[in-house]
Design a protein around this ligand. Structure first.
Ligand SMILES: CC(C)(COP(=O)(O)OP(=O)(O)OC[C@H]1O[C@@H](n2cnc3c(N)ncnc32)[C@H](O)[C@@H]1OP(=O)(O)O)[C@@H](O)C(=O)NCCC(=O)NCCS
Length: 173
């Protein structure tokens, strides 16, 4: 989950119909540009790799979804994206659905696009026989927390642990 460096957008008064579909290669430039704009860090190689792995490999378990206006050739076109996958037995967990990226164009936020992506991802997981969806949010990011909680997510049974490897540790020789 990545920090949002864009200023908070104003809500638009005129929501338009949103279609959700699987990503295709022509979406990649828009995904890379939106992520760079939102996070302030360009990572084209990362997104090419994610697209390669999540757009068509193991399509019953990996989902790279795109939101677009209806019709798709309307002026706004690409509105946002989400990426998720079914992961099994890590950390002792039964198979569950992880949503690890979701981003909406700042101009079209607060119009239900994020919700549409979230629910489309949940539907994909349900179709795969999955009953639990997970994500991870930074403690200091109230937007992520507000969004995911408003969609019905709450604290799960796992706790993230980490350590600073640059610390001078007394480990085994
Ligand atoms: C988080 C994000 C995906 C939400 O997308 P969105 O299209 O604006 O969200 P929606 O309009 O569908 O809103 C869905 C719910 O989230 C809530 N929400 C969205 N933005 C919010 C905000 N800024 N403050 C409080 N609640 C917010 C809405 O109130 C709504 O709740 P409701 O269902 O009770 O009405 C979008 O702000 C975004 O792309 N942010 C930058 C990228 C990012 O931080 N991604 C998250 C993790 S990678």
């Amino acid at each position: 989950m990545l920090a949002d460096t864009d200023p908070e957008p104003a809500a638009s008064a005129a929501p338009s119909p949103v279609a959700i579909r699987r990503a295709v290669a022509d979406d990649l430039a828009a995904v890379i540009a939106l992520d760079e704009r939102v996070t302030g860090i360009g990572k084209p190689d990362y997104w090419r790799d994610i697209f390669e792995r999540y757009s068509h490999r193991r399509p019953d378990e990996r989902f790279f979804l795109v939101a677009e206006t209806v019709p798709s050739d309307a002026s706004e076109g690409f509105l946002g994206f989400a990426v998720g996958e079914v992961r099994a037995w890590e950390f002792g967990s039964e198979p569950c659905g992880w949503v690890f990226a979701i981003s909406v164009s700042p101009e079209t936020r607060l119009r239900g696009v994020g919700k549409s992506l979230f629910h489309a991802m949940a539907a994909q997981f349900r179709d795969a026989g999955i009953t639990v969806m997970r994500t991870m949010v930074a403690r200091d990011n109230p937007l992520h927390m507000a969004f995911f909680r408003s969609e019905g997510m709450s604290g799960g049974p796992y706790l993230q642990l980490e350590m600073d490897l640059t610390d001078d540790l007394d480990g085994p020789e």
